[in-house]
Design a protein around this ligand. Structure first.
Ligand code: NDP
Length: 507
């Protein structure tokens, strides 16, 4: 069924409402050929059912992978320019429909609309960046002895399986799909059971942009569906974003099939504020490092280390700024804190507040459920929390909370704070705030993490790589680096003279 999408005709029925069916295979929305039951997906803002999604079973995984496999030869043989033009067109469709897609993301995640707009425009950024890069994904010519040479060809891997978390549903998907498709791969994606909506929208957009049917497919389901996809013999690579325990399972599945694996996992990042830091910027960054998307951000700087000489003034300013955040309907323009993804997760976050208090931390503000009026009453809205009197051994300081809790820790020296910042198995991100340029670089270089910001936080331009050290992951997304993770090289040697086999051959 054709429908109108911001003035463009979308062949397969994208509408501005949240409607299924929810799989996207061979270029169309479809029900799974075989279903293992259905999932009622709650809308975080209201707590009511947003949509009901059928769970894909093994036959549907087979169908989606077969669809991606069938079109792989044709897609991979297009020139980089031809593939890139389609990705750039998809980026343009996203920009033209930014408002509608952002609203879908708000329905799905409960995050404030202004944040959803940032996320969705970053999807357009990624499609345009990798679309532009596609013609430049080329090999090498290596001159050898006597005019012989080798060609190092950069080849796509085949069918990629992508699996995503629920906090940045469309962005997570696009960060994998844009480079993978630019490199000539085809894709099957399984979104989180909590956020099934916008991956399917992406399918429609890619189709509208001229990407052939089957190049990008979406199957819905829970962990079981994800596991089947990871174990599928025709999948060449696993690209995963989620928690460490699931990442381990994905890596095990990859090991069984000798598949390349990229893991974007959790974090517990340090945000270090020295005594000479610009206080206002440090407070602004601490808000960005802890309270965007209701604190459900992998790279959050939830261990806020502040120099003892400025700690009490900093905490006063931070609490003051935190109390000004506006909790409420994520569709309102002035809302800065929306709804937590679902009840169980909200209760888990509140459990961290309880354990922090038990271990001696002081709740300086927030950390409570805030019941909203009317239709939002069943949503889980939590007031962002700032904790004082924190110690490194506390559960809330050691574990990833994935919610709006900033734990403030006090330090006295650079050597001490670097040691404490690195005393974790996580290594996703970190930041240092100081006006001393040498100290800024020294500390940034000492932090064991894939991304370190100096005097800012939580920025992810498509042009720069993102990924974790230690248990926070393997591989990188974004930037030129991502191309290495979605290609393999084939070396072709060309002999221009006679075969030289030493004394092996006698006339
Ligand atoms: P989970 O690990 O619970 O789930 C991630 C995805 O894996 C979901 O789609 C899930 O399906 C699926 N899954 C579950 N079991 C399996 C399995 N055996 N095989 C294959 N797939 C499986 O993470 P969350 O969704 O709760 O996301 C939060 C986590 O993600 C946090 O730790 C956060 O830090 C991390 N994250 C990391 C990012 C990064 O870039 N480093 C970015 C964003 C989040 P389902 O849930 O539907 O059952």
């Amino acid at each position: 069924m054709a429908s109108n999408f911001g003035g463009r005709v979308i062949r397969h029925g994208f509408t501005r409402t949240v409607t299924g069916p929810w799989n996207y295979v061979a270029g169309r929305r479809c029900k799974p050929s075989e279903s293992l039951g259905s999932m009622k997906v709650p809308e975080p803002a209201t707590g009511h059912v947003l949509c009901e999604v059928l769970v894909s079973g093994p036959l549907e995984v087979d169908r989606a992978v077969a669809s991606a496999r069938e079109v792989f030869p044709a897609w991979s043989k297009l020139s980089g320019r031809e593939r890139g033009q389609k990705l750039i067109a998809a980026g343009r469709i996203i920009r033209e429909n930014l408002e509608d897609i952002s609203k879908l993301e708000v329905h799905d995640t409960g995050k404030p609309i202004w944040e959803a707009r940032v996320d969705i425009s970053s999807c357009a950024d990624a499609l345009e960046y990798y679309g532009g890069l596609a013609p430049a994904i080329i090999g090498q010519h290596v001159p050898l002895h006597g005019g012989s040479f080798a060609m190092v060809q950069r080849q796509p891997l085949g069918v990629i399986a992508g699996i995503g978390a629920w906090n940045f549903p469309m962005q997570t998907c696009v960060w994998k799909v844009a480079p993978a498709l630019a490199c000539g791969n085809t894709f099957v994606y399984k979104p989180s059971q909590f956020t099934p909506v916008t991956a399917v929208t992406l399918g429609e957009i890619l189709t509208e942009a001229g990407v052939p049917d089957g190049v990008f497919n979406v199957i819905q389901g829970e962990g079981e569906t994800g596991a089947k996809l990871c174990g599928h013999l025709d999948v060449a690579k696993l690209s995963f974003t989620g928690s460490i325990p699931t990442g381990i399972k994905v890596m095990e599945a990859g090991a069984k099939g000798i598949k390349s694996v990229t893991l974007e996992l959790g974090g517990k990042s340090p945000l270090i504020i020295f005594e000479d830091a610009d206080k206002k910027n440090a407070v602004k960054a601490t808000l960005m490092a802890n309270f965007l998307s209701q604190g459900q951000v992998c790279s959050n700087g939830s261990r806020v280390f502040v120099h003892s000489s400025v700690a009490s003034e900093f905490m006063k300013q931070l609490v003051n700024a935190t109390n000004k955040l506006k909790i409420g309907d994520p569709f309102n323009e002035d809302t800065t804190v929306g709804a937590t993804i679902h009840e169980d997760h909200a209760k888990k976050i509140l459990g961290y507040i309880a354990s922090a208090k038990q271990e001696g931390a002081t709740v300086l503000c927030g950390g409570e459920r805030v019941i909203q009026p009317g239709k939002l009453a069943s949503g889980w809205y939590l007031s962002p929390a700032v904790l004082g009197d924190c110690k490194d051994h506390m559960k809330v300081v050691r574990e990833e909370v994935f919610g709006s809790i900033a734990s403030v820790l006090v330090f006295d020296s650079e050597e001490e704070v670097v040691r404490r910042a690195n005393d974790t198995n996580f290594g996703l991100a970190g930041a240092v705030f100081t006006k001393d340029i040498q100290r800024g670089h020294r500390v940034a270089n000492a932090i064991e993490a894939g991304t370190v910001w100096i005097n800012t936080y939580n920025l992810y331009p498509t042009e720069v790589p993102f990924g974790g050290y230690k248990h926070s992951g393997i591989g990188r997304e974004n930037g030129l680096t991502a191309v290495d993770y979605f290609t393999q090289t084939r070396t072709v040697y060309v002999e221009m003279g006679d075969v030289d086999c030493g004394p092996l051959y006698q006339e």
